[in-house]
Write a protein that binds this ligand. Structure first.
Ligand code: ASP
Length: 239
């Protein structure tokens, strides 16, 4: 089982577009580190260089946003939120939910509020949307999340022309205070059954952070992450 877990994690690393940066925070002796990914298989080998460059440009911008927060003494939580908020507005990356959220423009901010303002870990479906509304977050019609590219992909998937399993973003950070944070945002697998919840919002599966060990943000087929509790297991191996 251990080999399988590592294979899943490594496959994700190879398929994803990952960027990392680290540095010494201004005037401080401690270091910060940030790693981001734009989902498994987001940039297939066959796509033209111009499209590849556009994706890499967005990833670099996201990395700069997070690095600037950390370099100014911001926390890893703030950096993860800002990076993923940026990704959530970029149609090149498909971002989705706390779990089953349909109307909140920035699910990552909703997830942070669930952590900070409630005694719960995960809110899903209408209850999550309603909580976001109550917290004053930007409310959008569900069509806000549609993009022509994702519609075509869904049609191709439904007609069994092509399988698309991508569209996730993630960020892990270590801030100058020694705190680790992880965030993952996704629209989920293309053509998933209504009601399906993947690994991204499940703490210990596709997203996990523990100051004593590591921060994990996964991408790929979520069921594998859930089946093997990948995030928690990587942490356990580190421990
Ligand atoms: N892990 C996501 C899910 O299963 C999909 C992805 O990373 O592309 O919902």
């Amino acid at each position: 089982m251990r080999i399988r877990i590592l294979t899943i994690a490594l496959a994700s690393l190879f398929l994803s577009q990952m960027l990392a940066a680290s540095g010494r925070a201004q005037g401080k002796s401690s270091k910060y580190t940030i790693v981001i990914h734009g989902g498994a298989g987001t940039i297939p080998e066959t796509i033209p260089d111009s499209v590849k460059d556009a994706y890499l440009g967005s990833l670099k911008k996201a990395l700069t946003i997070g690095r600037n927060v950390l370099a100014k003494g911001g926390t890893s939580l703030e950096a993860v939120e800002d990076v993923i908020r940026y990704f959530e507005t970029d149609p090149k990356f498909n971002a989705g939910a706390v779990a089953g959220v349909e109307h909140i423009a920035h699910p990552i901010t909703l997830a942070k509020l669930v952590m900070e303002k409630t005694r719960h870990i995960l809110l899903a479906y209408q209850g999550a949307d309603d909580f976001g509304k109550q917290m004053g977050l930007k409310w959008v019609p569900n069509s806000y999340f549609d993009t022509p590219q994702r519609k075509t992909e869904l049609e191709e998937y439904m007609n069994k022309i092509k399988r698309h399993d991508h569209g996730t973003v993630g960020c892990v950070c270590l801030d100058e205070y020694g705190n680790l944070a992880a965030g993952t945002s996704t629209g989920g697998l293309t053509g998933k059954l209504p009601g399906r919840i993947g690994d991204s919002p499940c703490i210990g599966d596709g997203t996990y952070a523990n100051n004593q060990t590591c921060a994990v943000s996964g991408t790929g087929i979520g069921e594998q992450y859930v089946r093997y509790a990948v995030g928690f297991n990587i942490n356990a191996l580190m421990a």
